[in-house]
Design a protein around this ligand. Structure first.
Ligand SMILES: [Zn+2]
Length: 429
């Protein structure tokens, strides 16, 4: 049966996965593809992830047009060029003009010997045939293409696009920027931008796949964001499109101003923060977007570690959780005045304000992060007692006749009871 799929529907699977003959299951209106994730383990789970690979300059993307014995290739050149230009507009903006696709189209339209029904029943045979044709045409990876994008008439496979996470993408039927741009994101090594939807529970239980929407991030092209949907700040970080001035690891209380990330402007300001959870297997990422009207209302919050603690996928949190249906996430941002507490610790997060009406790179959100115990304090022994002082309030004091300005990080203060007497002892480390 030929099934019409949403343009956002996409399947990511490895050839081996398909060859094993596993059935792709449909998940609500989307497709559950059992995405393999090749993300490297974190060096230490409390740390900001390492950049996987920096993509800069150009990568050659070659469109290979394919017809079948019973179905001619029907996408015209103007449509291909328009789609490719739309994709490049997004990629240039996302990378702040440091990366783009160098597009080319293989000059011949190839005609595969089978029918659309044949390839719908056995997609592997089409993949193999394409590989053979590339070899026969002496097209070399690195020279002629870095990624090839095979475009062919619609077949009944239950997906609109497929990627091998590297140098090959397959586009089924219409050649749209939403699907093709998404597959190219896979070719840069990125997984889907998911969401957690666990009914009224905003956090769900990590590892519980029934509490997720595979494509649940409503703003990211690797989710449901479509052809204008910038990658989220975690994914941009992974591929080297943000610098360390822009992404801050937050381990102390404070109010953090986060500027809009979904634009081409690079000003070196904070555009994302990452706050480790009380459980070091998890972390929260915060960002702000202005393109989508629903994104403007507050900070977008993404969870890291939902699949496994070493997994670098992004899981959008719906801060007004309701149901698992797609679209429920559109009210998901942490709007002004709203707050939540880390499920695994005592940290709280609250949106204090947005730069109302400023829907450009000058848009911002102020997020107040409160992590109990992280406001700097000093332990001071004075007169007959020991008191805690905030760092800015440390008084000078006197101990054993010596004037001490306040403990430095090189000094320790110990209480020692010896021979019936208790003394305070100041030591250098
Ligand atoms: Zn995909």
């Amino acid at each position: 049966m030929m099934k019409k799929h949403s343009r956002k529907a996409c399947v990511l699977a490895l050839t081996a996965f398909l060859a094993m003959g596993r059935v792709l299951a449909e998940d609500v209106e989307e497709i559950n593809c059992g995405t393999p994730d090749n993300a490297p383990a974190l060096a230490k789970s409390a740390d900001i992830p390492k950049v996987t690979k920096v993509y800069s300059g150009k990568l050659k993307a070659m469109v290979i047009r394919i017809g079948f014995s019973d179905a001619p290739y029907s996408v015209d050149t103007a449509t291909i060029n328009k789609t490719n230009a739309t994709i490049n507009t997004l990629y240039r903006s996302m990378s702040r003009n440091t990366f783009e696709w160098d597009w080319r189209t293989y000059d011949k339209i190839l005609i595969a010997p089978g029918t659309a029904a044949d390839y719908g029943a056995n997609f592997n045979s089409l993949q193999s045939w394409i590989t053979t044709q590339i070899t026969a045409a002496a097209l070399k990876r690195g020279t002629d293409y870095d990624v090839y994008v095979a475009s062919f008439p619609q077949i009944a496979v239950g997906w609109a696009g497929l990627s091998n996470l590297r140098d090959a993408d397959w586009i089924n039927g219409s050649y749209s920027a939403g699907v093709t741009g998404h597959e190219l994101g896979h070719s840069l090594g990125l997984p889907h931008a998911h969401s957690i939807e666990a009914g009224t529970d905003m956090f769900g239980t990590p590892g519980t796949t029934t509490q997720t929407n595979e494509y649940g991030n409503p703003y990211d092209i690797m989710g449901r964001g479509g052809s204008t949907g910038h990658f989220n700040v975690l994914y941009k970080w992974r591929i080297g499109w943000e610098d360390s001035a822009e992404i801050k690891e937050v381990k102390a209380s404070g109010t953090y101003r986060i500027y809009a990330q979904d634009n081409a402007v690079h000003k070196g300001r904070t555009i994302g923060i990452r706050v480790p959870s009380g459980n070091i297997n998890y972390a929260y990422w915060f960002e702000y977007r202005t393109i989508s009207t629903t994104a403007r209302n507050g900070a977008a919050v993404m969870f890291q570690g939902f699949r496994t603690s070493t997994n670098l996928d992004s899981w959008y949190l719906d801060t007004t959780p309701g149901s698992r249906t797609s679209g429920d996430e559109s009210d998901g941002v942490l709007a002004v005045g709203k707050q939540f507490q880390d499920k695994y610790g005592e940290a709280t997060f609250k949106t204090l304000a947005i730069n109302t009406g400023t829907w450009t790179e000058e848009g911002w959100v102020d997020v107040q992060v409160t992590i109990p115990g992280t406001t700097p304090v000093s332990l001071i022994a004075r007169n007959n007692g020991i008191r805690l002082f905030r760092a800015s309030e440390v008084p000078a004091f006197n101990i054993m006749g010596r004037s001490i300005a306040g403990l430095s990080s090189m000094q320790t203060l110990a209480v020692k009871t010896e021979n019936g007497a208790t003394r305070l002892i100041l030591n250098a480390r």
